[in-house]
Design a protein around this ligand. Structure first.
Ligand code: CA
Length: 234
């Protein structure tokens, strides 16, 4: 299992609202087209690199997601020519990732019509696994995503519940910005998101037909972020 792909990451794009039950739990509307936001590379946290850091006064939520690592340049791919097979060919491999989200910061941004960058972009807000190969994950829609906080198993859903499949959102994204080898796409979170606090232990893994995927299991302590940032709601 290797983290080599991390050095080649260009941009990190995250699909929002790609699982119905999660859209409902946050009272959001189902999008007609996939939408996405960008997370900075500086948010990446590898296994054994340290704890997830929660800034002061931030209500942080975990969102477990399947990440696709792009293997080919993708530009302007019309949906009728870019199907499931072409999409799988274009993917180098996968990773398991947690899209950590400062929910109260995001709620204020949404309310004011401001960007989400701060709420998604704190250091350590993207814990991510080593590369999981296409040989191991031969069907990206038959993967159970699992996340536990302390002893509570909060997220456990199959990726076949995605609203927009991989070929659909890659085609859509490629009409907006060129995707390059090394770019990472987070595919959205299933239901069960919840609060993570300093002192918690987060554990996550993915499984195929009940069997854990080797290299996917990660554990992170959670601690308070040092420094002078304090969130103040306005
Ligand atoms: Ca997300």
């Amino acid at each position: 299992m290797s983290y080599n792909y991390i050095n080649k990451i260009g941009k990190i794009l995250c699909i929002g609202r790609n699982y119905i039950a999660h859209i409902k739990e946050l009272n959001n509307l189902k999008p007609k087209e996939p939408f996405f936001f960008i997370k900075p590379q500086s948010a990446i946290l590898k296994q054994n690199e340290g704890p997830i850091l929660i800034p002061k006064n931030v209500v942080a939520h975990h969102e477990i997601e399947l990440a696709c690592i792009i293997g080919k340049k993708l530009q302007n791919l019309s949906p009728d020519k870019f199907g499931p097979k072409e999409a799988l060919d274009a993917i180098q491999g996968y990773a398991l990732a947690i899209d950590m989200t400062a929910r109260n910061v995001q709620a204020e941004a949404k309310r004011k019509g401001l960007p989400w960058s701060i709420s998604k972009g704190f250091d350590t807000f993207l814990p991510i696994s080593p590369l999981l190969s296409k040989e191991i994950i031969s069907d990206p829609y038959n993967l159970e995503l699992n996340l536990k906080v302390n002893d509570e198993h909060r997220q456990h859903d199959l990726t076949n519940l995605m609203i927009f499949p991989i070929h659909k959102f890659l085609s859509s994204m490629s009409s907006i910005m060129t995707l390059n080898p090394g770019d990472v796409i987070l595919t959205g979170t299933p239901k069960g998101v919840g609060i993570v606090k300093p002192g918690d232990l987060i554990e996550c893994w993915c499984s195929i037909d009940g069997k854990e995927v080797g290299g996917s299991h990660m554990k992170f302590d959670v601690a308070e972020k040092r420094g002078f940032y304090v969130y103040h709601e306005e």
